[in-house]
Design a protein around this ligand. Structure first.
Ligand code: CP
Ligand code: NVA
Length: 338
């Protein structure tokens, strides 16, 4: 395939070409098949990685841990209070220290510039496990899931609609990656939740070059009629102040993914969500919101979340296979899997 990602950082989707994304996707599918077949793939035995989390996580952390261990690596997890970084030691100094111990560094935090600074000062690959601006590892799992459903070579020309807070990290990354993969991307939400101009301006020429479109609309029917993938995410992201809940609930309720929304889609359409999701009141935040605002479902109705066309748990599983591929491709000089 002529692609080699050895020693590359994985910071944002814009940094990777279509061919490089396809290479990561193919490696992820191959590693998934190996795991399912019980074929050992401890290609990175003797290496060690560190996971730095300034925000909480279930999927990303576990994907790096299980993926790292399946590849034969040692894994250290540092929780939001578990390191000196930022408080007593600069990000730059931390990067230099960790590079002496580890072969790769995962970072989940607030500003994108923090992960960029970590990478600039690190001599080993740095992987962005989510910042306020981007969620690039999520994207490989998402496109992998779309390929599994529609066929590996049948995703070009499909339309993915992101419903809700379309200015958040997941929506921004999806816009870029859809453009790179030749998929039409629609951001559907209120004007106050549209992606910023910089990401739209960066994505438009990519979409044009790949024969697909980018649309921003407030109109649910216009967005979802004939769509192939409906995607949503939480209305308030990690790191945002409590106070924004009231305004988001007021403006985003028309953009909840309901069975009526799914009925507008093309036959065979699927529902995706990066998770965690507020589809009932079985969480402390969900119960609290129900008490304060009188709603029992937020970005997606429980009926959609639990329907057969909801592929959210396949998508969650694919976080592990895709993150394993990202680590493998950036830490191994040769690709022995594809
Ligand atoms: N989708 C995702 O990144 O989940 P976590 O926050 O649990 O890692
Ligand atoms: N937009 C969400 C994604 C969580 C995986 C957040 O940043 O909290």
């Amino acid at each position: 395939m002529g692609v080699n990602l050895y020693n590359r950082h994985f910071l944002k989707d814009l940094d990777f070409s279509t061919q490089e994304l396809e290479y990561l996707l193919d490696t992820a599918h191959a590693l998934k098949a190996m795991k399912k077949a019980g074929t050992p793939h401890r290609y990175l035995e003797g290496k060690n990685i560190v996971l730095l989390f300034q925000k909480t996580s279930t999927r990303t952390r576990c994907a790096f841990e299980v993926g790292g261990m399946d590849l034969g690596m040692g894994v250290t997890y540092l929780d939001p209070s578990g390191s000196q970084m930022g408080k007593k030691e600069s990000i730059a100094d931390t990067a230099q220290v960790l590079s002496r111990f580890y072969d790769g560094i995962e970072f989940r935090g607030f500003a994108q510039e923090d992960v960029e600074c970590l990478a600039e000062n690190s001599s080993v690959p740095v992987w962005n496990g989510l910042t306020t601006e981007w969620h690039p590892t999520q994207m490989i799992a998402d496109i992998m899931t779309v390929q599994e459903h529609f066929g590996h070579d049948n995703i070009k020309g499909k339309t993915l609609v992101f419903m809700g807070d379309a200015k958040n990290n997941v929506a921004r990354s999806l816009m870029v990656v859809c453009a790179k993969m030749g998929m039409n991307f629609v951001a559907c939400g209120p004007a106050s939740c549209m992606p910023s101009d910089d990401v739209v301006e960066a994505s438009l020429p990519i979409a044009q070059a790949n024969g697909c479109t980018i649309t921003l609309t407030e109109d649910v029917a216009a967005a979802c009629t004939g769509a192939d993938v409906i995607y949503t995410d939480v209305w308030v992201s990690m790191g945002e102040p409590e106070e924004v809940w009231a305004e988001r609930i007021a403006t985003l309720q028309p953009y909840r993914v309901t069975p009526q929304v799914m009925d507008m889609c093309a036959p065979g359409a699927i529902f995706l969500h990066c998770l965690p999701a507020f589809h009932d009141t079985k969480t402390t935040i969900g119960a609290d919101i129900a008490k304060k605002f009188g709603i029992t479902e937020m970005e997606v109705s429980d009926q959609v979340f639990s329907a057969p066309y909801s592929k959210v748990f396949d998508q969650a599983e694919n976080r592990m296979h895709s993150i394993k591929a990202i680590m493998y491709c950036t830490l191994s000089e040769t690709n022995q899997v594809i």
